[in-house]
Design a protein around this ligand. Sequence first.
Ligand code: AMP
Length: 567
Amino acid sequence: MRASGHASVIDEFEALTEDAGRLQRETLREILEQNGEAEYLRNFGLGGRTDPDSFKSRIPLVTHSDLEPYIQRIADGDTSPVLTGKPVTSISLSSGTTQGKPKLLPFNDALIHSTMQIYRTSFAFRNREYPIGSGKALQFIYGSKQAKTKGGLTATTATTNVYRSEQFKHTMEDIRSQCCSPDEVIFGPDCRQSLYCHLLCGLICSDEVQIVSSTFAHSLVHAFRTFEQVWEELCRDIREGVLSSRVTVPAMRAAVSKLLSPNPGLADSIHSKCSRLSDWCGVIPELWPNAKYVYGIMTGSMEPYLNKLRHYAGGLPLMSADYGSSEGWIGANVNPSLPPEQATFAVLPNIGYYEFIPLERPEARPVGLTQVEVGKQYEVVVTNFSGLYRYRLGDIVRIAGFRNSTPELQFVCRSGLTLSINIDKNTEKDLQLAVEAAGRLLAEERLEVVDFTSHVDASTEIGHYVVFWELCSEAAEGVLRGCCNRMDLSFVDAGYVGSRKAGAIGALELRVVRRGTFQQISDHYIRLGGAMSQFKTPRYVAASNAEVWQILCGNVTACYFSTAYSL
Ligand code: AMP
């Protein structure tokens, strides 16, 4: 795609967002016309009506569990129009890290089209500010297992459905983001081996790499943490032109071996660059000198990885990618130069019909896309072309402003996760802030939290919060006691503070787990059919999530109780 092509994508975006209200009504009409014959819509007696008022008064707000029986029938082979007019072509599995198990969702071509629209839109804006020439992308992307449902449909993660589509390859060429690694690496059955090969392929074409990216920032940080462990082995492979014996998948070995020939010059240069680095600071621009930026979703539950990512990225800009889910896309990042902490997503009004439930008044009627108020928080409700109608996505967003007539959203947190014992209420964001505050004490000791999660222990009469931490290396007991107190004091919700003072909630407990515990957790989700590309650490683990709970409890090396309120 030439520069003029990107300019026309920007013009198209400006036109689409000119009158978002009108486009929303048209989009709803199209969705309902295409799917009016579907059993789900007929059951609610929409009778061919396609206007917002009839739609909202007849179709209920739902969550995933309301739709599950319908999706299950489709998965089991019911080819009648159940949720959509046209047959569903495959089933997506969401990462499922919030609930503990993957959710089944309908997937069809409409989702591929909207993905491409989002990718092209945000790329056009990015490229206007940070133009890249022809080159490649070091992309840490991973397909996941593909299963067949009882009815014969493919079931896999949404990202895999997208990566496997023809349009994905074309779009990646157009937006100069062709992956350095061959398909055998992306779709390999073992993501540890794939990661090693991604790194190797990226090093082989280090001069061509213009972008370093992954879907979610977690995979980027994970990739470079792994690089710290395997860099000498990578150098050896490049020097000798022979792939390490750790890569055992035959197709992956064959595809990567083809790219490899002895290159002692490159191996020496990588070796000396790595040896000169201090604590791997700036490793990305050092090894990929033509990279223009680092790209991936960095908001929401990815924020805790930003410090580490900045460290690896040195002076390269971090650019936060778009906002979507296995259920469908919501918005594109059209302000690429904002730091990830402030990233916003402009809603594209032609890919779905959006409603917003005000967080302050959850009982109130949801408002439409153009009726949201700047500064307020809402839960997102999606209706789209893939068979979801008034579906509560479970995400909380804040309205940052308007771009033309469409709102720009800031991601706040998942709505489902709340730590609560009695009148206290702490969200995923509150937990993140508490961990960050305590993490600053660790930083003074040059230590860091690799990953974390939480739990409410209600097994005793007085319940308490438990926070699990994995650390990069051992910390002194005194430091950890200080961190534990700092976390306890950082939950500033009045219900929590009051209950702690009154003794109705017990002392917060910090449990430190062994190095590698969170890797075991991600391995567990990947075994269940999740994708490395979509992995998000669950920020709350209930004891009923038995396997993850076992992994956590089996790896505890120390625990500390806060003394913050007993002084
Ligand atoms: P999944 O479909 O399993 O990959 O998960 C989708 C969820 O990931 C969304 O509902 C959000 O909670 C989260 N998510 C997706 N995109 C973003 C983003 N740009 N910022 C923050 N969270 C995101």
